[in-house]
Design a protein around this ligand. Sequence first.
Ligand SMILES: *Cc1c(COP(=O)(O)O)cnc(C)c1O
Length: 378
Amino acid sequence: MQDKIFVTRSSMPELDEYVEEIRGLWSSHWLTNMGEKHKKFQEQLIHYLNVDNVELLTNGHMALELTMQAMHLEGEVITTPFTFASTTHAIVRNGLEPVFCDINSDDFTINVEEIEKLVTDRTCAILPVHVYGNVCNVEEIDRIARKYGLKVIYDAAHSFGVSYQGKGIGQFGDAACFSFHATKVFNSIEGGAVCFLDKEFGRELYRLKNFGIRGPEIVDGVGANAKMNEFCAAMGLCNLRHINEEIEKRRKIAECYRNYLEGVEGIRLNPVQRLVNSNYAYFPIIIEETDFGASRNELYEELAKHNIITRKYFYPLTNTFACFHNKYDVGKTPVALYISKRVLTLPIYGDLDLAITEKICRIILDCHRRAASKSFFG
Ligand SMILES: *Cc1c(COP(=O)(O)O)cnc(C)c1O
């Protein structure tokens, strides 16, 4: 049997390319604290992401956490529970109260028709997630935010390289937070970035990522240490040279999955959004047990038997995490709950063999056929 295939595999440049990129560090001895690689990476990202400003951070989580701190938010933040732990934790760790809004059943982003019902006089911000790289309804979110004077922070951890109506996805909202974690479409080993317009906010964020230090003898913010080091920035510079190729290879994998799985009874695919250039970050499928013949968990086990390790992104929902001790009523986000019990994300990454992709599809189709004949013959 083949080696285990995981949901993703970190993209890496040729070793020589990375060695060449970091060679200069052996003469400069400048390893972190906004060095040459940091500066160059930041400039190239502004260009690639098609945004005005970028601040680099150690990871996507600190991007979210320090963005909220730099905005001096207080009170409630409207967000969704269908996301990675980081989104909700960043809110709570800022002493803010997450207020969970349901998601759309088709694209899994925040349901904008539910947002206004959740606005109170304590609401300070909306934190939606461009989940799987799917673009939120940015126009409507912007309208609501203006109406109530709220900040908008996008969790864009899945959206590197996505554009909407020809604009970089980082242009939407007061801030958009990206993750360059090893498992994402684009990585700098660990890393993150915030895109923003307001330069004053940018200065605050810069200060907070460096302990709140304003000058050699002035520390006037209670900051963290979230500076990206030179080795991570160098990895980012290398991977950025190959990102278009990575996304193009992913497009072919996604196309292959679509060819096999579109129209299969009991399987629903991630939508192809209008006016969006996708990055093919994930390939989620929704399994309806009654039509497919097997449950999501049964399909997960079946694939695992063949060494195909899929993931249940995102199950469980963040508003059911044990650390919150039943504080939140999951009944208020029924669509998110429904999807989280039925979603499975299939392996997708640039170097995934098309033959393996086809094999994964055949295992899924076999599972469906066997289940269908079993129920047919009782
Ligand atoms: C990965 C991820 C994060 C956190 O990013 P890190 O770089 O791992 O800290 C935040 N939100 C979402 C939706 C993510 O998938």
